[in-house]
Design a protein around this ligand. Structure first.
Ligand code: HOZ
Length: 426
């Protein structure tokens, strides 16, 4: 029995399902989760000491790899000044100024503690600002686990095929309308059927919770125009794409401005942080300036702030990081494309920057339905083959892979070779 198996058995005695977030449970891919002990750079080390090349990277934030030296040092120095004040600090101003300098259409930004909180608060603000209740989200997009978002959601909700989440009142979920990702006409129809009732359209500009799905040409532009015309707040959930796809996130990379943007784990360098920000005219409705109430004792926590501030400063000052990340992930893409093409199994690889995923399917994967029609049983086998070979992929086809800049050419070669060996067996 491995240490992970022993720990999993013990964990189930005191933690629901043995895990603190469902996608970690390996429930859909089968087998027991691997318990991690430490990580450095591109590698994870489990409780048995086995090394893995990491393609999850804490679901995004480890852009420069795990235990990145300057981040570790900054935390170490800061922790002696206290782990929490519950009062304002200069560091919070510096963090807000840094975010504004990287994302020009953010005038004001409020720190929270997770991506869920950021998206939940942004939607409340949009509702408070517009005086409307309904929102539109996209099938397979996941904006955290707040009630309003657990409707046709991606990530674990899709992985475990949960149709209706008990505990979410129909009075709340009834105000969440959904459309297929990349289907502008369906959104236009929803807006026409609900005149002056839609407060916000919230979207992952590059979807990452049903595998990686890029926006189709003109889709985000069409949504932007529709929102402007109808007085709808356009919210970009950049929890995964923010500061990863470019210094200015998906907004910069795709050339589209949202009205509100939400951020998550990346701005805490993996610490529990989130934020939402946007135009002054909207943001000044948040308390204490306005009466849309939103609060948090740990918001702007000094340890989380110094970790995020250090990472974002590195990203801002070294634009070559984005070129390197792009090249490395493109090499991985090319390598996987080559070896998978030599097998007998249809497949599609989607990639935007350092977000990439493989679906075993003969059709384009441009929305949730297509992702669901792929051969996800085969993905599960692929996952385990890779795991056995020291490569840690997300334990679901309904998740994107994240590449860190700590990865080496050798790591990429190893990943491609393992994929080749797997596909030759099919
Ligand atoms: N898809 C999630 C991140 N956006 C996975 C992380 C989790 O739910 O634990």
């Amino acid at each position: 029995m491995s240490q992970s198996d022993i720990l999993f058995k013990r964990a189930q005695e005191s933690i629901p399902g043995g895990v603190n977030s469902p996608v970690r449970a390996f429930k859909s891919v089968g087998g027991n989760p691997i318990f991690m002990k430490k990580a450095k750079g591109a590698y994870l080390y489990d409780a048995d000491g086995k090394q893995y090349i990491d393609y999850i990277n804490s679901w995004g934030p480890m852009i420069l790899g795990h235990a990145y030296g300057p981040v570790v040092e900054a935390i170490r120095e800061k922790v002696y000044d206290s782990t929490s004040f519950g009062a304002p600090t200069e560091l919070e101003i510096e963090m807000a100024e840094l975010i504004k300098s990287m994302v020009p259409n953010v005038d004001l930004v409020r720190m929270v503690n997770s991506g869920t909180e950021a998206c939940m608060s942004a939607v409340r603000l949009a509702r408070g600002y517009t005086g409307r209740n309904k929102i539109i989200k996209f099938e397979g997009c996941y904006h955290g686990h707040a009630d309003a978002f657990l409707v046709k959601a991606g990530s674990g909700v899709a992985t475990f095929n949960i149709q209706n989440v008990p505990g979410v009142p129909a009075t709340v979920s009834g105000d969440t309308l959904t459309a297929p990702f990349n289907d502008l006409k369906a959104v236009e129809a929803l807006v026409a059927e609900n005149p002056n009732e839609i407060a916000a359209i919230i979207i992952e500009p590059v979807a990452g919770n049903m595998g990686c799905i890029p926006p189709a040409e003109g889709f985000l532009k069409g949504l932007r125009e529709l929102c402007t015309k109808e007085g709808i707040i356009f919210i970009f959930d950049e929890v995964m794409t923010g500061f990863r796809l470019a210094a200015g996130g998906a907004q910069e990379r795709l050339g589209i401005d949202a009205d509100l943007v939400t951020y998550g784990k990346v701005i805490g360098a993996g610490m529990p942080v989130g934020a939402f920000g946007g135009k002054k005219e909207i943001m000044e409705h948040i308390a204490p300036l306005g009466s849309v109430y939103q609060a948090g004792t740990l918001s702007g926590n000094p340890i989380a702030m110094i970790a995020g501030f250090t990472l974002l400063t590195e990203l801002k000052n070294n634009p070559s990081i984005y070129t390197e990340l792009e090249e490395k992930t493109a090499d991985l893409h090319t390598g996987l494309q080559k070896v998978l093409s030599q097998g007998n199994v249809p497949f599609k690889i989607n990639r935007v920057g350092s977000m990439i995923s493989v679906h075993f399917s003969s059709e384009e994967i441009s929305d949730f339905a297509a992702a669901g029609r792929a051969n996800n049983e085969l993905f599960n086998k692929y996952f385990h083959y890779m795991l056995d070979n020291g490569i840690y992929l997300p334990p679901s086809a309904f998740e994107t892979w994240f590449v860190s800049n700590a990865i080496t050419n050798e790591d990429i070669d190893k990943t491609v070779k393992a994929t080749e060996a797997f596909i030759q067996q099919q």
